[in-house]
Ligand binder design. Sequence first.
Ligand SMILES: Cc1cc2nc3c(=O)[nH]c(=O)nc-3n(C[C@H](O)[C@H](O)[C@H](O)COP(=O)(O)O)c2cc1C
Length: 225
Amino acid sequence: MAACDHEPKAKRLTNKPTFDQAFRDKLEELVLMRRDVRHFTSRKVPDEIVERCLNLACRAPSVGHSQPWRIVKVQDPVRRDAIIENFEQANAQALQNYEGTTAEAYSRLKLAGLRDADVHIAFFADMNADTGKGLGSNSMTETKLYSVVSAIQILWLALRAHGIGLGWVSILDPDRIARDLDVAPDWVFVGYLCIGYPVEETDTPELVKAGWQDRLPLTDLILER
Ligand SMILES: Cc1cc2nc3c(=O)[nH]c(=O)nc-3n(C[C@H](O)[C@H](O)[C@H](O)COP(=O)(O)O)c2cc1C
């Protein structure tokens, strides 16, 4: 199905939107119930929902309107296996950074749902694309990467609104990903996303449940100057 089949309806764009309190409450619930998901059921994710959510993701803000996101749907089982191997090696290496009880706690964490997720999508940033003519990114080239993260965040919430979970995997060797997915040399890897229906719905991050890291209070994070 062509991506444009899922473009938001023009009617929606011209009508004055009504974001009432009921909508705001739901939006808050969506944000609070978004989770990083590593446990997926075997239920298939409909292609049209993925396309629709990817279309929304491409409406994310981007520096200079550069739209630097490049999206790879990883469907080939051989390539998926290569990603799993990449993760397993990177995760074993990451474990070496911890000692004692922290190392034990790390080794108990499930840090990717690569084997169960129905849909695998890799996001890259095309750092040399001249879309947007460099506006906003001349002194901060990393703003292209931030733009791709914005798109991923929209995808995450849009999928969640359909009851679908997303797990972001970053415990990977990015050069190997680029090779295994055979992408252009100037694409920088941003994130590998596992997508599927979650086993559970919860408002508590897995790393909080596992005692790895608690949530910080807002007051610890804001300075006034
Ligand atoms: C840039 C980025 C990279 C991440 N990489 C991983 C990862 O490799 N493995 C993992 O289990 N979770 C990963 N996560 C998910 C975080 O662990 C998760 O967002 C955090 O624990 C809070 O949980 P929540 O998303 O359910 O609120 C990543 C999240 C972000 C934003």
